[in-house]
Every structure is written in structure tokens, then in C-alpha cells.
Design a protein around this ligand. Structure first.
Ligand SMILES: *Cc1c(COP(=O)(O)O)cnc(C)c1O
Length: 235
């Protein structure tokens, strides 16, 4: 099996290649390493190979990792992104331990994050999650609702509206994937005109990052290709 640092190089090469193919600068696409369910040692290995942005899905697990890593010298530059479903009773932990939340999908959650964000940490970076597949079991606002939510979030002083996040349907059908990514990219461009702080279009994972980059992604969230398959299925 390849080491995490080798897998990191492979993923970076995929990103570079996809950006080139789409006539976009390589620097236009950043990598978020999704470390959910993976041990601290995996995060440390990726960090030592140069990775700085990490994404987690489960509040309890994530906060434990954040706190443990803080005790170990040499990992100060890490930037934690919360990317999982967020219930209101967990917002305080997220506001206190993360630099970003990519999964904001309703105003009540945004308001709680805004109130609970410690002032000394500065504003929490926020992406609004849009349900681009339209499947009823998926998280995210509708495309129609996202404009209102963006307006509300942009008024909250301890949040900084940075962009949109979307997860497409789980399909191999490239045309369908492309349609869903393109829809999110279109919304992003429309919103950017009103909210210049929006610079992040978070879309693309292990199996579809090339398509996402072709459609304008600025941040791909990759787990499996970096850290291997996850033992238990939890998305
Ligand atoms: C788990 C997860 C990922 C990473 O998925 P892979 O297919 O393992 O790359 C990305 N985004 C979100 C929101 C996730 O929950």
C-alpha cells in the first residue's frame, strides 16, 4: 500500500492535470483532506507532507482530534473545516474549534454559530451547502432558498460568507454530474456579484474531482484517495 505522502502527491497531480485541462491556473484549486474516521497519525503524516487544510464530519470525533493535536508541537498551521451535518446542540463546539464550516444550510444554525463564535478567534468562515442533486434525503438549501440565506448570513458579524458547497448525486453518469456541478457554479457566480467575500466553490471528491474542477471548483474535498477506504460507511 502507498504511503499517505505518496497518495497526496498523486491527488495533487490529478488536481494539477484537471486544472490544466480546464485552462485554469493550478493555484486556482486547493485541496481539503477529509480525515473523518481516520486516526490522528494519518492527519500528522499528511501534515508533514505539506497538507494544511483538513475536513471533519462528526463533531465529537473532530473536537477530540483538534484538542489532541493542539498538545503536540509542530502542527500549529493546521486549518480545520467542518463539513458534516450540523445540529443546533453542537454549534458551540464547532464555533469554538473550527476555522471554517462548509455545511451551513439554515439561518438558525448560522445565528447560533455567530453568537457562539469566540471573538478572539475572529469571524468563522462559512460556505452555504446547496442540495445540488435535488434528492430529498440530501442536506442543503434549495437553489431558490440560497439567495435569502446568503443575504442573512452576510449580515452576521462573526461569520464571513466565503462560498458554496455541494455534493452531487452518487452516480457515474458524467453528464448528470456535470449538470449538477455547473448549476452550483452558476449560483456561485450570481452570488459573487453581490457578496465579494465569496471566493470558494467547494465541490469535487475522490471520484469526481476532475469533473468538478472542469466546472469551476476552487476547493476539492478528498478522503478516500488520500487515506484509503473508510471502515464504516457514514456520509
Ligand atoms: C466524506 C466526505 C468527502 C470525501 O469523500 P471521498 O469520496 O472519500 O473523497 C467529501 N465531502 C464530504 C461532505 C464528505 O462527507
Amino acid at each position: 500500500m502507498n504511503s499517505i505522502s505518496q497518495q497526496l502527491q498523486t491527488v495533487q497531480a490529478r488536481i494539477r492535470q484537471a486544472a490544466r485541462q480546464a485552462d485554469r491556473p493550478e493555484s486556482a484549486v486547493a485541496l481539503l483532506a477529509v480525515s473523518k474516521t481516520k486516526p490522528l497519525t494519518a492527519i500528522m503524516e499528511a501534515y508533514q507532507a505539506g497538507q494544511r487544510q483538513f475536513g471533519e464530519n462528526y463533531v465529537q470525533e473532530a473536537v477530540q482530534k483538534v484538542q489532541e493535536l493542539r498538545q503536540i508541537p509542530g502542527f500549529e498551521q493546521i486549518e480545520w473545516h467542518f463539513i458534516g451535518p450540523l445540529q443546533s446542540n453542537k454549534t458551540r463546539l464547532v464555533a469554538e474549534h473550527f476555522a471554517w464550516v462548509q455545511s451551513v444550510e439554515r439561518l438558525k444554525i448560522a445565528q447560533r454559530l455567530n453568537e457562539q463564535r469566540p471573538h478572539h478567534m475572529g469571524p468563522l468562515n462559512v460556505c452555504l451547502q446547496v442540495n445540488i442533486s435535488g434528492e430529498s434525503n440530501k442536506s442543503g438549501t434549495t437553489e431558490a432558498e440560497v439567495f435569502e440565506l446568503a443575504a442573512e448570513v452576510s449580515r452576521l458579524p462573526m461569520l464571513r460568507l466565503r462560498g458554496l458547497m455541494g455534493i452531487p448525486e452518487d452516480t457515474e453518469d458524467q453528464a448528470r454530474l456535470q449538470m449538477q456541478f455547473a448549476a452550483l457554479a452558476r449560483l456561485f457566480t450570481q452570488l459573487q456579484a453581490d457578496y465579494p467575500s465569496m471566493d470558494t466553490l467547494s465541490m469535487g471528491m475522490t471520484n469526481d474531482l476532475e469533473t468538478a474542477i472542469a466546472c469551476g471548483s476552487t476547493l476539492v474535498r478528498v478522503g478516500t484517495a488520500l487515506f484509503g477506504a473508510r471502515d464504516y460507511k457514514q456520509d
